[in-house]
Ligand binder design. Structure first.
Ligand SMILES: C[S@@+](CC[C@H](N)C(=O)[O-])C[C@H]1O[C@@H](n2cnc3c(N)ncnc32)[C@H](O)[C@@H]1O
Length: 269
């Protein structure tokens, strides 16, 4: 969540206000705290190598459509995060990707467009409405052969995946759904050996709205007003961060990028 929505190229209207379904983002994360680095984010997008033109155009259209049709459009990954995911898929030569939280498909398109035709991305979503939008753009980019969309509760889909023969292993797992589910999703993936030895789990929003470190008591002298809901979700994110850190089977780096991104890999023996 907490994603910057903008369309590339046009300068002024591009920097759209970030917002949140609670309508409290501007109150809960003050700009004077340098949390809403909107112009800096626009600069990073402009200074980053563009995604392939057809992908960039589709993501732009998708962002506009999502913005006009969904109250929670802020959930899309920002442009630079999409570029990072795209580049990571290429760098790691990921052949199998699992995504938890499709929404309208921004991150799905960014990652799937970096795959080769024989590779696969499985993406899980419980809400048919945004999934339909994602489906259309996947079709538009001719990525249907690479993208397998599953509708239903993420945990039920994960259980079904673990029963597949042969059991799949993923080189990249992008967790970007309900924060309460992060620990169960993570545990299920690790316990059921769904992550390949060279695989990465990328967990999004682990610094949720700049509130997670505050919940953990790191900035008591500089509290920022936050809604009850934001604080509740920040607590889930903090619990997840502690849980992963305590798991000796993995190593993790928590990065203050975007809304907070953790990169998790298996500990090598
Ligand atoms: C933050 S959005 C994902 C954003 C997406 N990665 C993007 O870049 O546009 C989270 C999505 O997870 C979905 N979701 C939340 N809880 C879920 C659950 N238990 N099972 C499946 N999907 C869930 C929501 O419906 C929502 O579309």
């Amino acid at each position: 969540m907490d994603k910057l929505l903008r369309s590339p190229r046009i300068s002024k209207p591009l920097i759209l206000k970030r917002f949140h379904s609670t309508n409290l983002l501007e109150n809960s994360v003050s700009n004077s705290d340098n949390r809403l680095r909107l112009h800096e984010e626009k600069y990073t997008a402009d200074m980053s190598t563009s995604l392939p033109p057809t992908v960039k155009a589709a993501l732009n259209d998708l962002a506009q459509e999502t913005l006009s049709q969904f109250g929670n459009a802020h959930m899309m990954v920002p442009e630079t995060q999409g570029s990072l995911l795209h580049q990571l898929v290429k760098l790691f030569g990921a052949q199998r990707i699992l995504e938890i939280g499709t929404f309208t498909g921004s991150s799905t398109l960014a990652m799937a467009s970096a795959l080769k035709p024989s590779d696969k991305l499985v993406t899980l979503e419980r809400d048919p409405k945004p999934q339909e939008v994602a489906k259309r753009y996947i079709h538009q980019l001719n990525l249907e052969d690479r993208v397998d969309m599953r509708l239903g509760k993420a945990m039920e889909s994960l259980i079904a995946i673990a029963k597949e023969e042969p059991r799949p292993q993923y080189d990249m797992v992008f967790i970007d759904a309900d924060k309460k589910g992060y620990i169960p999703y993570y545990d299920f993936i690790i316990d059921n050996d769904l992550l390949s030895d060279r695989g990465l789990i990328i967990a999004d929003n682990v610094l949720f709205f700049g509130q997670v470190h505050r919940i953990a008591g790191y900035e008591d002298d500089n509290p920022v007003e936050a809604s009850k809901n934001v604080r509740k979700i920040a607590k889930y994110a903090h619990d997840f961060n502690k849980h992963v850190l305590q798991d000796s089977r993995v190593q993790v780096v928590v990065l203050p990028l975007f809304d907070g991104v953790s990169i998790i890999s298996k500990t090598k023996v």
